[in-house]
Design a protein around this ligand. Structure first.
Ligand SMILES: Cc1cc2nc3c(=O)[nH]c(=O)nc-3n(C[C@H](O)[C@H](O)[C@H](O)COP(=O)(O)OP(=O)(O)OC[C@H]3O[C@@H](n4cnc5c(N)ncnc54)[C@H](O)[C@@H]3O)c2cc1C
Length: 425
């Protein structure tokens, strides 16, 4: 069950340049068909089209309808977890490949934006990961140590360092990651789709795929009005489909994430609240994010489904007041939410659910950099990259036990934490 708002509710839909693609209405053929028009699908389509592969992308709603059009726009390296946890989970060989690949994802995103001249307000490098409490300082120190050992440009911050960079005294310490930056997510998704189309990918929207079936040669991709007969299929539906591929009903726990955007802040406030447009996320279990958009609207994000405007605005204002007591009465003009695909181990997975069908999942709420990375990997895999050269073994989708109960329990915990200001913050 998804409780997403429409994409139009998001601030990103107000500024992203439009794209137009047709509905799939015929029976067509392709070497590769891609299902899903988010970052993963669009990057895979771009990569394949640039190589001269005959590729078709089929999106059920519109480009960026899923997480890619409605996220917080924080482009970060790696996973939520420390590099050592990744190596521990996948072993040295796979683990090191994955760590290296994901460490470079902000550069990958920046390179796509520049090469295809995507106007998505890509910000200056540098973002703060703040410890929500003293108890989180040790773990942040360990993260900094591990990334530094790998040569990554990160620095530890004390409370004064965070206050200088962000204007808030709310945090006892944290980490500045010079690789990270912010983007306008929907503009980036649409820019990737345009680039893929320009490179020769045939793109279709409003064409939900209801069936995937084996053909004597390849795979049939069926929508209500048209079909693709493809040699190979990439499934890039993220947290937005759990029916198309068998086993996906238990492949992830769908958790909501919501954002509120304020009216543009005054010039005086801009100097003291996240000066220089610094963005911040913190280590609280409800994953608070704070950033500006291009017009200096302040965005506040948190795990959970979008609360009512009344209680949500009250909550967002209380968060801002605790971080920036000088902020006064800020009005919120937009609120929206989307779905994340959480897994028990917070790790990505690859699957080949049928012959010639390739799939990735388990982004766990970090998918901008990973979408670019996995889109490329899926394209290469579908074109013959051996399993042994992949960055993770082909084991998915996972079989998550008590998926519905977990979804409900987390949802309830996030609601309680907002009401009480306790528990998860
Ligand atoms: C509110 C929110 C905030 C987030 N913040 C951040 C952040 O700051 N930084 C970060 O790195 N990540 C963030 N994420 C996560 C990130 O947005 C996602 O991991 C990423 O966008 C996933 O990209 P994707 O291409 O794999 O999937 P999606 O972008 O979800 O795309 C999947 C697409 O598949 C389509 N689809 C589904 N089923 C079918 C079907 N049967 N037929 C045809 N099409 C279908 C959907 O309509 C959708 O467009 C956030 C996510 C949300 C929801």
């Amino acid at each position: 069950m998804s409780l997403d708002t429409g994409l139009q509710e998001s601030i990103w839909a107000q500024t992203a340049p439009p794209v137009q693609f047709p509905i799939l209405e015929n029976k067509i053929r392709a070497e590769v068909a891609i299902i899903g028009g988010g970052y993963t699908g669009c990057v895979a389509a771009l990569r394949l089209a640039e190589r001269g592969v005959d590729v078709v992308l089929v999106e059920g709603k519109e480009i960026g309808w899923g997480g890619s059009g409605r996220n917080s726009g924080l482009v970060n390296a790696g996973l939520w977890l420390n590099p050592s946890e990744i190596a521990g989970r996948f072993g040295e060989v796979y683990g090191n490949k994955l760590i290296q690949g994901l460490a470079n994802t902000p550069s990958l995103v920046r390179e796509l934006i520049e090469r295809h001249s995507i106007d998505c307000d890509a910000g200056r490098p540098g973002m703060v990961k703040a410890a929500h409490a003293n108890s989180a300082l040790h773990s942040i120190g360990e993260t900094a140590r591990q990334w530094k050992n790998l040569g990554a440009p990160v620095e530890l911050l004390d409370a004064d360092g965070i206050a200088k960079l962000t204007g808030t005294r709310r945090y006892p310490g944290g980490l500045l990651d010079h690789r990270s930056f912010t983007i306008e997510p929907l503009a980036y998704a649409r820019g990737l789709a345009k680039a893929a189309s320009k490179a020769g990918a045939r793109m279709y929207v409003e064409s939900t795929v209801h069936t995937l079936e084996p053909l004597s040669q390849g795979v049939g991709v069926r929508t209500n009005r048209g079909d693709v007969a493809a040699d190979r299929v990439i499934v890039a539906t993220g947290a937005y489909d759990s029916k198309l591929v068998r086993g996906m009903e238990r492949g992830f726990v769908p958790l909501g994430y919501f954002l509120f955007a304020s009216e543009p802040l005054t010039a005086n406030l801009r100097e003291v609240v996240l000066p220089g447009k610094m963005a911040l996320w913190d280590t609280s279990p409800s994953l608070l994010t704070l950033r500006y958009d291009r017009d200096y609207r302040l965005l506040v994000g948190n795990l959970g489904w979008l609360p009512s405007a009344r209680s949500g605005h009250k909550w967002a204002l209380s968060v801002l007041h605790s971080a920036f007591p000088q902020i006064g009465n800020v009005r919120f003009t937009h609120g929206w939410s989307g779905t994340l695909d959480f897994t028990d181990d917070h790790m990505p997975w690859l699957a080949r659910p049928m012959a010639n069908v390739y799939m990735v999942g388990g982004f766990n709420g970090r998918g901008i950099g990973p979408g670019a990375y996995w889109g490329g990997i899926l394209a290469d895999w579908a074109m013959g990259l051996p399993d042994a050269d992949l960055p993770v073994p082909v084991t998915g989708p996972p079989n998550i036990r008590f998926r519905s109960a977990k979804r409900d329990i987390f949802g309830m915990a996030f609601r309680i934490s907002r009401k009480t200001g306790q528990l998860l913050r």
